[in-house]
Design a protein around this ligand. Sequence first.
Ligand code: NDP
Length: 286
Amino acid sequence: MALLIDGKKIAQDMVGEIKAESEKLGIKPGLVVILVGEDPASAVYVRNKEKDCEKAGFYHKTYRLAASTTQDELLLVIKDIEKDCNVHGLIVQLPLPKHINEEIIINAIPENKDADCFNPSNVGRLMTKKKGDSPLLIAPCTPAGIVELLDRYNISIAGKNVAIVGRSNIVGKPMALMMLNRDATVTICHSKTKNLGEVLKQADIVITAVGVAKLIKKEMLKDNCVVIDVGMNRLKTGELVGDVDFEDVKCKVYAITPVPGGVGPMTRAMLLKNTLMMAKRQKGCE
Ligand code: NDP
């Protein structure tokens, strides 16, 4: 049986560390979440973020806006939050209703309060980071959470063949950059990749962010590789599963993240960490 990478436990540890650091510095980081409309999955994510803020001792506020909110009204709310010095981090929960242009909204999130690291200026910093540069203040939450998990389990990245399945702006692409910045040899796969299994078989670390339940089977993986499963797929039975067929692969791999309890809690912990980092910068603690 593979080593189970316990994201839930590491995330809990991180929340405790973030709380202790804020208290030691005498700062109260503030996170604002904007939720537009009534997407049920988004409502659950937002409630979890509120709970995390409570645990970490953060100031927090959620704007629950009607689905009919216009783009201009949303932009005005963001402008107000930009001026609020109790708020160090802001996220706009995606997806937004169809009549609102996500790109315009993401561009409007102030760079210095961009808790999810979605703003193109912050993504650009990740892109242009060179070896020897000082670490970035913030990084996209899901990929940053994965790097944190690997580090805390002493799974080395440098020199490894890393295959990433999925090329979204929020997971696959930034993940590839972060792995490259850590000296991995990176392959990015997507829906047009031919012979996915042949590609994955070369990888020491496989990271999947696809959204297809149980896509990855044991015959697609190298013996003793590390598997990080970002996928969150709801089966008709109600069960939440990843992109990897956990039962099928668990005896072949060295380590694997479960779904739930792997990457998901780490994404939320990194949101708090980004907010703390921005609070420290805004208060002049670093
Ligand atoms: P997207 O839908 O934006 O991207 C999915 C990617 O998977 C695309 O690049 C697509 O390729 C690729 N893909 C689709 N089918 C296949 C296939 N059969 N073989 C290979 N590649 C394929 O998804 P996200 O990145 O936003 O999310 C991916 C999953 O991760 C979802 O289940 C989501 O719920 C979950 N997620 C979990 C998070 C967490 O914290 N745990 C955070 C964010 C997402 P192409 O580009 O060619 O279309």
